[in-house]
Design a protein around this ligand. Structure first.
Ligand code: NAP
Length: 301
């Protein structure tokens, strides 16, 4: 068995799905869950996602050989603090946070001499739903997980976390921390900022025009991710503020080009932008379908 005692700190969509996927693969022994609310943890036990729970991080982490931190980014530093003095000698720690720079900074500051056993990670898979009820074993099948080990990270720890994610069905890639945050700002964080902002724009128009009655597939496709957890996205935008603002600026420049072409009745330019974008999107869809066997409607984070 790969993991004897698995501690999942934060048994929500991601933590719960990982526990389910590892159980599906018979890759772990006992699964210990931890969160603040007992109600959610009891639900997780009833659903068979975890075997037991504790509300204190220190107790849940003690004795675990693999600890996965799957809480909102803003809670990660406090979780490091609560577990730091209660780690077993062989424990490997990893996380699933959508931004890596701030997590690595906090880990360096708080974990100190335990830093070698921490493997920063991010599964590039998710849905707009939250909580253990939304978790499912197939979430990571065929999706990428990015690990961003730093100079002090021990190779053994990286190997163990890699094996864990492979057992959960994912494809593991290693990337530099800064590169991760830049890439995700473009592919995930910008689309979420735009989706929230588009819905907000239409909500204001709704007051005078009643537009939502006429909203159809295009609106639904573009804005599904605006149903994602506001708490989670609040933490992400501040944790990756600089890279996100750079991408928003680039988006504004592209939008300005299109707006100017529309304003100037420049049909050649409008067709050029639409054709180029369609070609890129079509190629992306074709490649994606090749790699992801199930749940193609799920969007990556
Ligand atoms: P979620 O469904 O809301 O689950 C979060 C879990 O963390 C809940 O069980 C919550 O339970 C617990 N929690 C919150 N604060 C805590 C604290 N201070 N101490 C202990 N437990 C705490 O969230 P999620 O979607 O799984 O996201 C978790 C992490 O995964 C985030 O960092 C996010 O950036 C990352 N991520 C998310 C996605 C996605 O699509 N959702 C994809 C990739 C990565 P209580 O409220 O009862 O404490």
């Amino acid at each position: 068995m790969l993991i004897h005692r698995l501690a999942i700190i934060g048994v929500g969509l991601i933590g719960g799905s990982l526990a389910r996927a590892l159980k599906r693969a018979s890759a772990c022994g006992r699964v210990i869950g931890c969160a603040r609310s007992v109600g959610g943890l009891e639900k997780a036990v009833n659903l068979g996602v975890i075997d037991e729970f504790h509300t204190e991080v220190a107790v849940a982490a003690a004795g675990a050989d693999m600890i996965v931190i799957a809480v909102p980014l803003g809670a990660t530093a406090a979780v490091f603090e609560q577990m730091r003095d209660h780690l077993n000698d062989k424990a490997v720690i990893t996380d699933v946070g959508s931004v890596k720079g701030t997590v690595v900074q906090a880990a360096r500051r708080i974990l100190g001499p335990h830093m070698f056993r921490f493997v920063p990670g991010h599964p590039v898979a998710g849905t707009e739903k939250s909580g253990v009820e939304a978790s499912f074993a197939e979430l990571f099948d065929g999706h990428r997980v990015i690990l961003t080990p730093v100079a002090d990270t021990e190779a053994r720890a990286v190997q163990q976390v890699t094996k864990m994610w492979e057992q959960a069905g994912a494809l593991v890639e290693v990337m530099e921390v800064a590169q991760h945050d830049k890439v995700l700002a473009a592919t995930s964080h910008l689309p979420h900022v735009l989706a929230y902002s588009l819905v907000q724009t239409l909500a204001r128009v709704e007051e005078s025009e009643g537009v939502f009655r006429f909203a159809a597939g295009g609106f639904a496709d573009f804005t599904r991710i605006a149903s994602s957890s506001p708490e989670m996205w609040h933490d992400i935008v501040f944790a990756n503020q600089k890279a996100i603002l750079t991408m928003v600026e680039r988006f504004n420049q592209e939008l300005a080009i299109l707006v100017q072409a529309i304003d100037a009745n420049d049909s050649h330019k409008v067709m050029e932008v639409f054709n180029q974008a369609k070609a890129v999107r079509d190629e992306f869809s074709a490649n994606r379908l090749k790699h992801i066997p199930v749940a193609n409607e799920l969007i990556s984070h």
